[in-house]
Ligand binder design. Structure first.
Ligand SMILES: Cc1cc2nc3c(=O)[nH]c(=O)nc-3n(C[C@H](O)[C@H](O)[C@H](O)COP(=O)(O)OP(=O)(O)OC[C@H]3O[C@@H](n4cnc5c(N)ncnc54)[C@H](O)[C@@H]3O)c2cc1C
Length: 234
């Protein structure tokens, strides 16, 4: 099979967003019938930091970001666990899947040291990586050939897809409000300075890191307050 693509990256793009730092302040100031529109930069930073520190989370829910993503199915499953979000994913029933498969590169830590709940990952040996690569390529190629055969024999896409492995890519959009996004980031990144250390899988951390870059760019004061308060979602 020559038409397979193997990727070791994920795609995450900003599609759309709603609100800005000022909107968070405006929603919070609703309680005293003010907007906060006259506040100086330092006062705005201080106020958002106060909201974050005291965990007044609702004002952050009025802002949201929509991301476009392309990820392997095993990452999609982790992403979909974040229930406070809206996800629209490509259908495997209505369209044929594409022969695009995840194959980690040799930089990806692949050996788990320690037990569940207290472990870390280290680089594998050359032999381990070659074994992983061979198995992944062989399985993906074989599975894709079966998928194509089943479609050619008239089997419905919705059933034929069940022969494909979880490293096949899917795509879609996810919209998350800022409060939920900060919860996601705290769980799916392992950054220094976090009050609670995250233990994300490498691949979803790549996704979360890209999300955080967009978040920091569009909501710089909220992001700064998130960092100052130990990456705890309000
Ligand atoms: C390192 C790691 C390992 C994991 N391992 C597993 C695993 O082995 N198996 C597995 O199934 N999942 C696993 N998960 C997923 C995890 O259990 C959560 O489903 C996922 O992280 C989403 O978190 P969340 O519920 O806070 O987010 P969301 O679903 O987005 O919810 C956001 C917040 O809303 C509130 N909320 C949402 N729904 C409810 C509700 N029904 N009742 C009360 N409050 C609610 C909570 O405050 C929650 O924190 C793992 C996650 C991580 C980070």
């Amino acid at each position: 099979v020559s038409d397979l693509t193997f990727r070791s990256d994920i795609t995450l793009q900003l599609d759309d967003w709603m609100g800005d730092d000022a909107k968070v302040i405006r929603m919070a100031k609703a309680s005293i019938k003010k907007t906060g529109g006259d506040m100086e930069e330092a006062a705005r930073m201080g106020f958002i930091n106060f909201l974050m520190r005291e965990r007044h989370g609702v004002p952050f829910e009025h802002c949201a970001i929509t991301f476009y993503f392309e990820v392997p199915i095993f990452v999609m499953r982790q992403l979909a666990k974040h229930r406070i979000s809206s996800i629209s994913e490509a259908s495997g029933r209505y369209v044929e899947l594409e022969p695009v498969f995840y194959l980690a590169n040799s930089q990806r830590p692949m050996v788990q040291i320690g037990k569940a709940g207290a472990y870390q990952f280290e680089r594998g040996t050359y032999q381990q990586f070659q074994g992983y690569r061979f198995a992944t390529e062989a399985t993906s190629k074989r599975a894709w050939a079966y998928y194509r055969d089943l479609l050619d024999e008239g089997v419905a896409r919705e059933l034929a897809r069940s022969v494909l492995p979880v490293n096949v890519y899917t795509s879609g959009y996810i919209t998350v409000n800022l409060r939920s996004l900060m919860n996601l980031l705290s769980l799916r990144t392992a950054e220094e300075g976090a009050v609670i250390q995250g233990h994300p899988q490498y691949e979803i951390e790549l996704l979360a890191q890209e999300m955080e870059r967009v978040f920091a760019c569009r909501f710089p004061l909220v992001h700064t307050a998130f960092l100052r308060n130990g990456r705890v979602a309000p």
